[in-house]
Design a protein around this ligand. Structure first.
Ligand SMILES: [Cu+2]
Length: 142
């Protein structure tokens, strides 16, 4: 008898705890969602997803081989707008790949191509041509 009641109590406590955790997650999720969308901010190309200031980054592939910047630095959690262009003599450097962010840009006649993404992890991430003859690094810092 006593044992059974104890067990029932345990079950109730567990159920309440589970509901509390679920409720908290739900609240947190709603909070994040609200933060993302904002009341008058439904565009995504211009304002980015995470509420931070857009960071414009410019990278150019040179006909001499390599990029004008071998390293760029961006802030964690704020959208990055990557502007890429290539000299007409840059060869395969006209393709810029950032595997970690699903970016692939091709600048055919030296024109600027733009990709936008939001870095969600600190670290050093490579950008390169598809064969990694041109290589540079993007540093993501909090
Ligand atoms: Cu290459």
């Amino acid at each position: 008898m006593d044992g059974q009641i104890k067990n029932q109590r345990k079950m109730i406590i567990l159920a309440v705890a589970a509901m509390a955790i679920f409720g908290l997650q739900f609240a947190a999720w709603n909070y994040v969602k609200g933060d993302n969308g904002g009341p008058n901010n439904n565009g995504n190309t211009d304002t980015g997803g995470n509420g931070g200031e857009i960071q414009d980054v410019y990278i150019r592939a040179l006909s001499s081989g390599g990029y004008d910047k071998s390293q760029v630095s961006v802030k964690l959690g704020s959208p990055v707008r990557l502007h890429f262009s290539a000299d007409s003599g840059a060869g395969c450097g006209k393709i810029l790949v950032m595997r970690n962010f699903g970016v692939q840009l091709i600048s055919r006649n030296g024109e600027e191509q733009v990709a936008q993404f939001t870095p969600s992890k600190e670290g050093v991430f490579e950008y390169s041509c598809s064969m990694r003859m041109f290589v540079g690094q993007m540093q993501v810092k909090a």
